[in-house]
Design a protein around this ligand. Structure first.
Ligand code: ADP
Ligand code: ZN
Ligand code: ZN
Length: 803
């Protein structure tokens, strides 16, 4: 029986900590289970890495409590966590915490209780009848029982200071607690109730409880608690009370996604069949293999995924990752209709209870086909045989906070360890992925045409400089665009209008002094949001009133420049007063379900025009859309980022792909002032190959990925001097650069100040991944040694954006 175990904790230090095990835990601990342990004056939850009986040299403290009776992370996932921590240069405890599906079911908080000294002091105070300052009041309250930080903060506005002073005097001790949420606390509309076998004899019941029991007696089966509200007063508390007495059973309702209507699988067309045959051969051989399924928009990639999952040997599981925005009920419905009960959906719009429920079904093996977004890559799918990453180029696979992993790349590493196959699907594969296919690391499969030989949409570029010369007017829409939309409205066909920038105007500037209104926390201009009558920072959320005079020179000539989707919508209303117009962007969409409602209504024909940002460009299959208009192809092109061209190409190609997916061919109009830019030109020609070659050439010349491994190292601090000092210290550490590494910087980051912090960055390009890794580990140790604040250093390996 093990006497000790090594635990990984979510703290900045980079090592596991050894704890001794109390008698009662010794036979229950296993690697991968969560354990509550003392850490300094706190209680923390960590993940057990190893159980052993090697007595450490230093004294150990005893673990408090075991949370799980079965590992929440199996050996395979623990190993994956270690890989992520190493590759992305982040802390293992933090990685493991992020992998834990149940993290969200656990409530974190601080609980304060009295120490013995505190108890004495409190008693003394009682006798003294001392004044009622917050310190005294808190001591008195804590004498009765321990209290949470949240409660104390509400009771005493100045609790923070008082608590700190009590902590210093060692009168109180703070515990980090994590209590598991009771599934029965789910809201009534998510609870089902049914009779349990309990005995009512001798049990005192209230009137609603009796009524509820009588109802359930008469109506066997399970019922939604909320549905009973109109029949029985106070049904929800009654239901919970009966559950505590063991007389009824309450279960959280599962997936709110309604199974779609059954639809027989399509017979694959020859290109789909050829792709499937190769995938199937690899799946049957049960060996790791990665495919790139490059299929133009509307070529039927999903059908290939479904067929591949269908052909898995019995007992093997599948994981399908989709971009955040693409996981809609329509998408999930396809899987339900094909695989029924075997499907689990991991969606961030679900409640904690729903997500936990799905997770448990996966772990138990009841669900073997899992559809999820980025973090779905950690789902405990048993005996994994296939991972599909749909739209593999999508930016939402990259987590932009610690650990900064890319779900697509993690998927490949996981599959390799599991001996599973991977399908990376896209109409616009990322340069890295396509290059890996070129090099023979991945097998390239192509679907060159649309389903049923439907034509690709015709794309026309509209040069807005010429338009201006001809009309002498600075209009949002060219004459061609107006005509084309008019035509769709007359025919009862639908239009999608894209502008990848939200808000009304993107700058507010002064004509007299040239001053632009900037965020007080960031070096970014504020965007005017007309509906809210406010200027907003799109990075930190800072908002202010629209100034009537210039804040700098008090001139009244404040004017609004640049355009966002809100303005596009307004202008469309003006140009087409009778048209039914909906807008989809982060301002109009408050939750995922809302997003789906708007899309669904558009699909059902309740709107003629859908305006929006990149949200509308992805994946949707709406047959009646025959026109896609891009207001400006230029929005992303000017970004100081080597991926700007790639992103523009992808966005334009994807949005163009929304047109003409039904029987009527589609057209796409792209307005631009950069008609000669290769990303715009080749997107218009829908020529991925030409774009790939041109962009690859540029990357090779500049030693950008895929021709180097890259990392972005950022230092940040509230005080500019501190940020500068840290960056010069790092500069010393990094010079001369080790062999095989090129280091650019320190330089001000493209956004030099963000969320109230000054930022300096180093861009590192490496011809050897190993040298890069070593260097980054050095940087991290340096920051730890010099006690830099927890957020002062950001290491981003394989960065997607350099902002
Ligand atoms: P992609 O993801 O490649 O853009 P989808 O998978 O959305 O394309 O497929 C486009 C449409 O074609 C969908 O409505 C799908 O049901 C349909 N489809 C797919 N395969 C076939 C097939 N073999 N025969 C007929 N229709 C198909
Ligand atoms: Zn001014
Ligand atoms: Zn800001």
């Amino acid at each position: 029986m093990p006497l000790y175990c090594d635990v990984s904790l979510p703290v900045p230090l980079d090592q596991p900590f050894t704890y001794s095990l109390p008698e009662t835990l010794r036979h229950r601990v296993q690697p991968g289970c969560r354990l509550v342990v003392p850490f300094g004056t706190r209680k923390l939850t960590g993940v057990i890495l190893r159980c052993h009986d090697e007595k450490p040299d230093v004294p150990t403290r005893e673990a408090f409590r075991l949370i799980d009776s079965q590992p929440v992370l199996d050996a395979e996932l623990l190993a994956l966590g270690r890989w992520i921590a190493g590759y992305y240069c982040s802390q293992l405890g933090e990685v493991l915490r992020g992998m834990l599906p149940l993290a969200s079911e656990i409530r974190r908080g601080k609980i304060y209780s009295l120490t013995d000294a505190g108890r004495d002091a409190a008693r003394q105070l009682m006798l003294d009848a001392s004044p009622d300052d917050p310190v005294t009041q808190i001591l008195r309250m804590l004498e009765k029982r321990p209290l949470s930080a949240a409660y104390l903060a509400k009771a005493f506005p100045l609790a923070q200071n008082a608590l700190r002073s009590l902590e210093r005097k060692k009168f109180i001790i703070v515990e980090q607690v994590q209590t598991e949420r009771d599934p029965l606390r789910a809201p009534a509309d998510r609870l089902r109730i049914e009779l349990a076998a309990g005995n009512t004899e001798g049990v005192r019941l209230t009137k609603p409880e009796r009524e509820l029991l009588a109802f359930l007696d008469l109506h066997p089966g399970s019922h939604n608690v909320k549905d009973l509200e109109s029949l029985i007063a106070n049904v929800s508390p009654a239901a919970r009370a009966l559950a505590r007495k063991g007389l009824v059973k309450l279960t959280p309702e599962t997936s709110p996604i309604a199974p779609a209507m059954q639809r027989p699988p399509h017979a694959l067309n020859p290109a789909q069949q050829a792709a499937f045959d190769q995938i199937d051969a690899a799946i049957q051989s049960q060996q790791f293999h990665t495919f790139l399924l490059h299929g133009v928009t509307g070529s039927g990639k999903t059908e290939v995924y479904l067929k591949a999952i269908d052909s898995l040997p019995p007992g093997r599981g599948a994981l399908l990752l989709v971009p955040e925005i693409a996981l809609t009920p329509a998408m999930a419905g396809q899987f339900f209709s094909r695989f029924g009960d075997r499907v689990a959906i991991l969606h961030s719009a679900f409640t904690d209870t729903e997500r936990t429920d799905q997770w448990r079904r996966i772990r138990s093996g009841a669900a073997s086909v899992v559809v999820g977004t980025r973090s779905g890559v950690f789902a405990p799918v048993r005996n994994l045989g296939l991972i599909v990453v749909d739209e593999e180029h999508d930016g939402s696979y990259k987590q932009e906070e610690n650990p900064r992993y890319n779900g697509r790349d993690v998927a490949i590493v996981r599959a390799q360890a599991a001996g599973a196959c991977v399908i990376l699907g896209s109409a616009t594969p990322s340069l890295e992925t396509r290059y890996n296919a070129d090099k023979g690391k991945y097998t390239l499969l192509e679907l060159p045409g649309r389903i049923e030989a439907r034509p690709m949409p015709t794309v026309q570029l509209i040069d807005m400089r010429e338009e201006f010369l001809e009309t002498r007017k600075q209009e949002t829409f060219s004459r061609k665009m107006i005509d084309a939309i008019t035509g769709r409205l007359e025919n009862g066909e639908q239009t999608i209008v894209l502008l990848n920038r939200r808000g009304f105007s993107s700058f507010v500037a002064c004509r007299a002094c040239g001053e632009r209104v900037e965020c007080i926390n960031c070096s970014l201009t504020l965007t005017f949001h007309k509906r809210d009558r406010r200027l907003l920072c799109h990075c930190c959320g800072y908002a202010e009133k629209v100034p009537s005079v210039c804040p700098k020179c008090a001139s009244e000539h404040v004017y609004f420049l640049g355009m966002g989707s809100e303005k596009v919508e307004e202008e469309l209303h003006r140009a087409f007063p009778a048209a039914r117009i909906a807008r989809l962007d982060r301002d109009t969409v408050t939750g995922k379900r809302h997003y789906e409602t708007i899309l669904q209504e558009f699909r059902e024909g309740n709107y003629d025009i859908l305006v929006g940002t990149q949200m509308i460009a992805k994946g949707h299959d709406i047959p009646n859309v025959t026109l896609v208009g891009v207001v400006s192809a230029d929005v992303g092109l000017g970004m100081p980022d080597f991926r700007a061209a790639e992103r523009t190409f992808q966005l334009l190609t994807q949005v163009a792909g929304r047109a003409g997916r039904g029987t009527v061919p589609g057209i796409v109009l792209i307005q631009t002032i950069n008609p000669d830019h290769y990303a715009v030109r080749m997107a218009a020609a829908q020529d991925y190959q030409a774009f790939y070659e041109k962009e690859l050439h540029f990357r090779r010349m500049m030693h950008y990925p895929p021709f180097s491994a890259m990392a972005n190292v950022l230092v940040r601090a509230e005080k500019k001097e501190v940020a500068m000092r840290m960056s010069s210290e790092l500069a010393l550490l990094l010079s001369p650069p080790p062999e095989k590494l090129k280091i650019m910087g320190p330089a001000e980051a493209p956004v030099p100040r963000l969320k109230n912090e000054y930022r300096y960055q180093f861009l590192i390009k490496a011809s050897s991944r190993k040298s890069l890794s070593e260097l980054l580990q050095n940087v991290r140790s340096f920051a730890l040694q010099h006690k830099w604040g927890a957020t002062a250093l950001v290491i981003d390996v394989d960065p997607l954006t350099l902002m």
